[in-house]
Design a protein around this ligand. Structure first.
Ligand code: IMP
Length: 429
């Protein structure tokens, strides 16, 4: 046995949480390995809806282990609220949640920095972050001088480290931040807060790297739960309109500590259309009533921020790029039900970039912004497919749409989803 990865192929919100929840019982351990509280993974079970930000979606699958690996940046207060929220609903996450002692912590100054630096980056457009301090925390991690990891919460040096870091942060932040925000940066209070965090989650912390390698050696299987989507990958996404971690498949090993030799299956998750939250180019965006129809039917509002998501047609240029980048074996095609009521459906098969037809995803945000989608129009199926449970039961036009996506991406569809419930899923693998 080895590792299966669930990777978003668009700009996040592809319903990865649902797939991880369904695959979790077939595995021994679920691993979250990048991102942080910017992610919002929704799992629907009967009438119960769970929204998870840090905790792997496997937490709802009984006793299997759930690991938050070193690549994740943790907002401890929110993680504790998540744990308590699950406990209030009869789930006991403390029994099977493990947190890497190497994972970094989003500290109070990171929120202030995020707010202060989330300014225009290209042609007047800002990244539009989730304001969860993600970028500043990863910046400090890479910078190394002012970063805190879970292990630091239990260290004898904690007080000195907090005191020094608050002084250093104030030196810089007083030039860029709102003065009212800086009043909260009190070293004693932050130290006390760290002690509260240590008391609550310190006992869950482990050397997850060796733990996962030992479990793999012992024949256990892992399910790697990606957060965000490949187009938000810091190195390979629509830079600079990306998140600060490797959200594509290439980030699995670095974030989890599990080397590539163990990864034997990658499932790329994509909606049957496209969405994006925050700033940045989005070639197939529909700023008209069709986009609004998709938003309304798909309930496309952010899990973490509540922001309306930008909606558009399926972009095969983008997904072909991310499916290759992430090494995808199967596609999981989600939200097919949302396209139930359209006379015709458009699929972007190439871009027109300043008069030139291209099928390669461009590097520069400025170029992507100038890309005009070249569409293929397909007949809609105008039938509610939310009750479909077998591939053969889809209307012919829906099956043609699925086949065309397989052809354009050159990857077979292994899972189809026709609604948020666990039952509304068709496994072809
Ligand atoms: P950050 O990750 O908060 O720094 O935000 C950077 C960009 O990634 C913004 O455009 C966010 O809207 C987007 N983003 C971050 N996390 C998610 C997610 O889980 N789903 C969708 N978009 C996200």
């Amino acid at each position: 046995m080895a590792a299966t990865c669930v990777i978003g192929l668009q700009w996040g919100d592809e319903a990865k949480g649902k797939l991880v929840d369904l695959l979790a019982p077939r595995h021994d351990i679920v691993v979250r390995y990048q991102g942080g509280a910017n992610a919002g993974h929704t799992v629907v079970s009967g009438s119960e809806v769970y929204k998870l930000h840090h905790i792997p979606s496997g937490i709802l699958s009984g006793s299997i282990a759930n690991v938050i690996a070193p690549g994740v940046v943790i907002e401890p207060s929110m993680l504790i609220r998540e744990i308590e929220g699950l406990e209030a609903r009869g789930i006991e996450p403390r029994k099977n949640l493990l947190i890497s002692e190497r994972a970094h912590i989003v500290m109070p100054w990171h929120f202030i920095e995020d707010k202060a630096t989330n300014r225009a980056v290209v042609a007047g457009e800002s990244i539009g972050t989730t304001n969860r301090g993600i970028g500043p925390c990863y910046r400090d991690k890479i910078g190394r001088t002012h970063a805190f990891r879970i292990a630091d919460l239990m260290s004898d040096n904690l007080k000195a480290k907090v005191t020094d870091t608050v002084a250093a942060k104030l030196d810089v932040l007083r030039h860029i931040a709102d003065p009212a925000d800086l009043e909260t940066l009190n070293a004693d209070k932050i130290y006390d807060q760290c002690r509260v965090w240590a008391k609550s989650i310190g006992s869950l912390s482990i050397d997850s790297t060796n733990y996962l390698l030992d479990e793999l050696d012992a024949g256990k299987s892992l399910l790697m739960e990606g957060a965000q989507g490949s187009l938000l990958d810091i190195d390979h996404g629509t830079y600079p309109f990306v998140t600060s971690s490797n959200a594509s498949g290439v980030g699995v090993s670095a974030g989890s500590g599990v080397p590539a030799r163990w990864i034997n299956r990658v499932i790329g998750v994509t909606k049957a259309y496209s969405t994006r939250v925050g700033g940045g180019p989005f070639p197939t965006e529909l700023s008209d009533e069709t986009g609004q129809k998709i938003r309304d039917i798909g309930r496309e509002y952010g899990t973490t921020t509540g922001r309306p998501r930008r909606c558009g047609w399926f972009d095969a240029v983008a997904v072909r790029y991310t499916a290759r980048l992430s090494g995808v074996h199967y596609l999981s095609l989600m939200m097919m039900d949302v396209l139930s009521h359209f006379d015709s459906i458009q699929v972007c098969v190439a871009y027109d970039l300043r008069g030139q037809r291209i099928t390669r995803f461009p590097c520069l945000a400025e170029d992507l912004r100038d890309c005009v989608p070249i569409y293929e129009t397909m007949p809609g199926w105008n039938t509610d497919v939310s009750g479909v449970r077998k591939l053969e039961d889809f209307p012919l036009n829906a099956r043609k749409y699925i086949e065309r996506i397989e052809e354009l991406i050159s990857v077979p569809v292994g899972v189809l989803s026709v609604g948020p419930d666990r039952e509304q899923t068709i496994f072809l693998i």
